[in-house]
Design a protein around this ligand. Sequence first.
Ligand code: MN3
Length: 199
Amino acid sequence: MSFALEDLPYAYDALAPYMSAETLEYHHDKHHQAYVTNGNKLLEGSGLEGKSLEEIVKESYGTNAGLFNNAGQHLNHLHFWKWMKPNGGGSSLPGVLAKKVDEELGGFDKFRADFINAGVTQFGSGWAWLAVKDGKLVVMKTPNGENPIVHGATPILGCDVWEHSYYIDYRNARPKYLEAFVDNLINWEYVEELYSKAV
Ligand code: MN3
């Protein structure tokens, strides 16, 4: 399959003041578009043309770095836009997810601290994740465009910590961006939907 850029699921100014229209215009229209455009060029002749996006990411990992980076970032961003919504975030998680965060991650406050810490301590570009591995919730981080699926885990929430995701709104204050993401932007209903499919 070839890659295509979907529209954002909300208006460009819908996430302000936590993520500005200017950030979303650059991040979605320029950065994500570039992953789609370059990914399609690199997919041609790769032998993976008929595969799903997830298969392309898994099969190009360690074998075709250019394709992997662009396909991985396309997959990451497809979900990233849906992992946010206006008036999102906070500690009111849907029932099943709230229970599992308590049982498997030591409660919401510990999850929040661990998720923010994963993003803050990812040296350079990358992602902070909440994923399901071996049936259990785990907080993890990856460099660059890597997605947890290459480590046998299924991501249900991810936060982009590349500077293009926060530099316009937060300058170098990556911790403040991660706090705003958790407290004001997360679309917990979408996280719950992915969790129910992953377990
Ligand atoms: Mn990005």
